[in-house]
Design a protein around this ligand. Structure first.
Ligand code: PLP
Length: 936
């Protein structure tokens, strides 16, 4: 259906929204793309229609913008126009009669054009009885759009509270602008949800008093008084500029729905206050290019425009949101419609810019500090008052009644619908409970990802989202990991070898729990720790012979640091030899011997005298060690991070011989290969080597407590540290802590008693055999399958060049551009990422791509895996490979045909081509459908 939307020229305040007043600062909105082109276009358009430039100001409504066909994912469509009347906000308020005349003229123009509904933007809806008068005289239905504005404002408030971890049920919320239609409806929706509601009206009018009574809330006529009592404010007046910086307490959040804006721009200077543009809606992504306005402001539009669009999309040629008393049912109804049509409310903006992570974190700091102070106050008060003191005083609502604290302390509600219909039926209660719990999980998940993005690693979060791995796992039990909704997945990554015993092995957990309940000593520097002593003895007993001294630390990298230092101190040589492709950790010393330039480059200069040799090449090694000036050769028995690279047979034993001949120490890095992973407790056993130094970490404590260890020959240790002035040269505060050692002892006993290395060998054989069969069936899909025990890598064939070029061109998100240096690799890794996604989404099996070799899928389940689970994996993997091959074949065919121009003459290819254009081939969504595809 066609729709029209009537607006008035930008006032000074709303101009600020677009930052057009700061001498061309408009540019700063558009950080990427053809900025100048966009800005010139926008400024010209504005200048033409609102008289900013030299052109004469129009005297009748003009068409400001056109919305070319807007289409939802479910196929609903609408097309529209924006009409602008030649009256500024101030003029509208001074001369409402003229504004009404102009609005009516605009409505008539819209009707003549064929619009089925017209929305009244900003003040055009306020004059003329909140749309009622215009509607009475309009040839087509009219909406003020206020219902969706209200819905959006409340959603915006909830979103801000969720971002800042504010429990609105325990807070006072002030609504400014009662008895206006938006403020009143917002107050009605908020009343049952908040701790206390305060209403601000210009005067004690009968309507304002009636509303306050109905909502059992306080009514004040003085904004500063109200704002001094609350930090959550929703403001919706039509007078503007009524909230000044000095009125706002530190930590205040204002949802500003005012037109013109209620908060003065000078508030921008405060970083302890957040002003959110309220009533704002995020339009679906595909709509952005369909009009100037939609693409202009980060995809955010006012709720009133969004309501008009949604009514048009629904073909609802009926009046909506008229009058001062908005129906709460209609607010919820239009909100639900908008959400179904792909509109969202979670992107907040402040003074014309999206609220950035830095803004959230500075607000979170202010609020966090206040929370601590509040808690201290409460504690002090409790200790001074009688044991029955009223500690819940601040939960009181406006009525003076207590809310039940078990109901109020429930995290941030984020109700989809603000109504809470009552239903006493058992089934619906269960359903409601499930929905509620799902909603809570969604909120918790989103929050975890938001906080991780904000405070830990934004790129990681974006990348996992890109590759469809945006899961938040919260529990682990054996082979199974679960997300917050209790969806269960088989873990075939095992923390890259940290969880050889599976998640939370009961024996290890019990040992740790017992130690804690017996008040085990934590750390006591310079005293012999009995648990460290016991673990050292046990570790030595299972390690290659010759290794007798143990240094405990907390990670793999630290164990490597200890090994390098010991080698230098014991040999009095400085040179360290390492392998291309190796991974030994990311601390500066370990990084210096990690054979991956992209990890090293930003941190140079690294340790001097470190030399890389090709993994598996004995000649180069022998040549380098011949001058007998190298302290050590550090090597992984199997290179894990590099993509499960196996050395040639006999390589390690021969390397050991060369080391011995040249007085070079052999350091075996068994951080990943150790603790049973490859079929024996240490891989050195199978390689028939007895390293001089060995590093262990990851699974040493069963993945329950961080731990690392370096083992060395006694003579080396004595030479390096065996004197009074040297015994404490290398230490670590937490190394050898009781809990880690208790866990370590339990982990070793479990490993040995449950014969897990043997199981790793058997299951590894089973998996490799199954994978090799697959390789036989579809040799062009695989490049290599390799591994030992349960350290397995599946290397897939890269995509063809034509497909790579095409995918790079269709990088709509810009993520590949962002990762410029790795673009080719990223695109080439498509087969593995695809495989990983399908395994995760459809078979609930979690795998990972090798970081240094993205064509390799790492298969590394816990060593506790049984035959049936291994078979289940092979089955699922086989099916995803068949599907993967089909998809790649389709890519290849479509692109090849489109390059050679065949798609025009071939019906099937055209269909395929269209599929590609619509976001790639359709992938079946259920295992059953995948099975069907595989069998077809
Ligand atoms: N050495 C090897 C062989 C590794 O695989 C790793 C980690 O993956 C490390 C050292 C570094 O261990 P961490 O991440 O605990 O520092």
């Amino acid at each position: 259906m066609k729709f029209a939307f009537v607006v008035h020229p930008l006032s000074e305040e709303s101009k600020a929204l677009f930052q057009m007043d700061d001498g061309g600062e408009l540019l700063s909105h558009w950080e990427k793309g053809n900025l100048l082109e966009i800005c010139n276009f926008v400024q010209d358009a504005m200048a033409e229609s609102v008289g900013f430039g030299n052109s004469a100001a129009p005297t009748s409504p003009t068409v400001l913008d056109r919305f070319h066909t807007l289409e939802t994912s479910s196929g609903k469509s609408a097309e529209g126009r924006v009409y602008e009347i030649p009256c500024t906000a101030q003029e509208i308020l001074q001369d409402p009669a003229r504004a009404i005349q102009q609005t009516e003229a605009a409505v008539r123009m819209a009707a003549d054009w064929g619009a089925g509904i017209v929305g009244l933007g900003s003040l055009t809806s306020v004059v003329g009885g909140h749309g009622k008068y215009i509607a009475e005289n309009s040839p087509i239905p009219v909406t003020t759009g206020n219902s969706l504005t209200v819905f959006a404002a409340i959603k915006n408030l909830y979103q801000a509270c969720s971002e800042l971890d504010i429990d609105i049920r325990r807070k006072t919320v002030t609504v400014v602008g009662v008895p206006g239609s938006i403020a009143t409806a917002a107050a009605r929706l908020l009343a049952p949800e908040v701790g206390r509601l305060m209403l601000v009206a210009r005067r004690h009018s009968p309507r304002a008093v009636r509303i306050a009574k109905e909502l059992q809330s306080d009514l004040v006529t003085d904004i500063p008084t109200a704002l001094s009592q609350s930090q959550l404010i929703l403001s919706a007046t039509s007078s503007g500029n009524c909230i000044k910086p000095e009125m706002l307490q530190s930590g205040s959040v204002v949802i500003d729905v005012g037109v013109p804006t209620d908060v003065t721009r000078s508030v921008r200077r405060r970083d302890d206050v957040l002003v959110v543009a309220g009533g704002v809606v995020d339009v679906p992504q595909p709509f952005l290019q369909k009009s100037m306005l939609l693409g202009f402001h980060f995809g955010l539009v006012p709720g009133c425009l969004a309501e008009t669009i949604n009514l048009a999309l629904e073909d609802r040629a009926e009046c909506f949101s008229l009058g001062r008393d908005l129906s709460i049912e209609s607010v919820n109804e239009i909100g639900a419609i908008a959400e179904t049509n792909g509109f969202s409310f979670s992107h907040l903006s402040s003074f014309g810019r999206p609220v950035e992570d830095s803004m959230w974190s500075s607000m979170a700091k202010v609020i966090g500090r206040q929370r601590i102070e509040e808690q201290q106050l409460t504690t002090n008060r409790c200790s001074h008052e009688s044991p029955n003191g009223d500690v819940f005083r601040h939960y009181k609502n406006g009525n003076g009644k207590h809310k039940d604290s078990s109901q109020t302390i429930q995290g941030n509600g984020d109700p989809k619908s603000f109504d809470s219909p009552r239903d006493n039926g058992h089934t619906s209660a269960v359903k409601d409970g499930q929905q509620e719990s799902k909603k809570r999980c969604d909120v918790a998940n989103r929050r975890a990802r938001t906080l991780f993005h904000r405070y830990v690693n934004p790129v990681l979060v974006s990348l996992t989202k890109q590759s469809g791995l945006n899961k938040t796992f919260v529990r682990g039990d054996g082979l199974v990991i679960s997300d917050a909704e209790d969806n269960r997945y088989l873990d075939f990554v095992s923390g890259f070898g940290s969880l050889n015993l599976g998640h939370n092995h009961p024996r290890v957990v019990t040992a740790v729990r017992d130690a804690l309940s017996q008040q085990v000593l934590g750390f006591c520097p310079s005293a012999a720790n009995p648990h460290a002593a016991a673990l050292a003895e046990r570790l030595v007993s299972i390690s290659p012979s010759g290794l007798e001294m143990v240094f405990f630390c907390n990670s793999g990298a630290e164990s490597v640091e200890a090994a390098l230092k010991l080698a230098r101190a014991a040999t009095e040589r400085t040179g360290i030899v390492y392998c291309h492709g190796s991974f030994h950790g990311k601390s500066l010393g370990a990084l210096s011997v990690t054979g991956n330039r992209s990890y090293q480059r930003p941190f140079g200069p690294l340790l001097p005298d470190c030399h890389a040799v090709p993994y598996g090449n004995l000649e180069v090694l022998e040549r380098l060690l011949a001058p007998r000036n190298m302290a050590a050769f550090i090597v992984e028995p199997i290179q894990g991070e590099a993509g499960m690279i196996m050395p040639p047979a006999g390589y390690l034993a021969e390397a050991q011989r060369i080391c011995r001949n040249t007085g070079t120490l052999l350091i075996a890095d068994e951080v990943q290969t150790g603790m049973g992973r490859t079929g024996t407790i240490f891989a050195s056993e199978q390689a028939a080597i007895e390293p001089d130094i060995m590093t262990v970490a990851k699974s040493l404590s069963g993945g329950v407590v961080p731990i690392g260890a370096m083992l060395a020959r006694r003579d080396l240790w004595m030479k390096a540290y065996g004197t009074v002035d040297r015994f404490a040269l290398h230490t670590s505060t937490f190394g050898g802590g009781s809990l880690a050692c208790v866990a370590g002892l339990a982990a070793i006993e479990t490993l040995v008693e449950e014969r897990l290395p043997e199981n790793a060998a058997a299951r590894g054989f089973q998996l490799l055999e199954g994978l090799n069969k697959l390789n036989h069936q579809m040799p062009e899909y695989f490049r290599d399958i390799r591994g030992q025990g349960l350290m397995i890598g599946v290397e897939l064939t890269p995509l063809t060049e034509s497909v790579v070029t095409h995918l790079k061109r269709t990088d709509s998100s810009g993520m590949l551009q962002y990762l410029m240096s790795g673009v080719d690799e990223m695109v080439r890794s498509f087969p593995t990422v695809f495989q990983m996604q399908i395994l995760l989404e459809h078979y609930h099996i979690y795998t990972q791509v090798a970081r240094s070799n993205p064509l390799v899928l790492r298969i590394q389940p816990p060593l506790t895996i049984d035959e049936a689970k291994a078979d289940h994996f092979l089955n699922a993997f086989g099916r995803t490979c068949v599907l993967g091959q089909k998809v790649e074949g389709l890519f290849d065919e479509v692109i090849t045909r489109s390059i050679s121009g065949q798609h025009g003459s071939n019906h099937d290819a055209e269909a395929d081509h269209n599929t590609m254009r619509n976001g790639g081939p359709q992938i079946s969504t259920t295992p059953a459908e995948i099975d069907e595809q595989c069998n077809s």
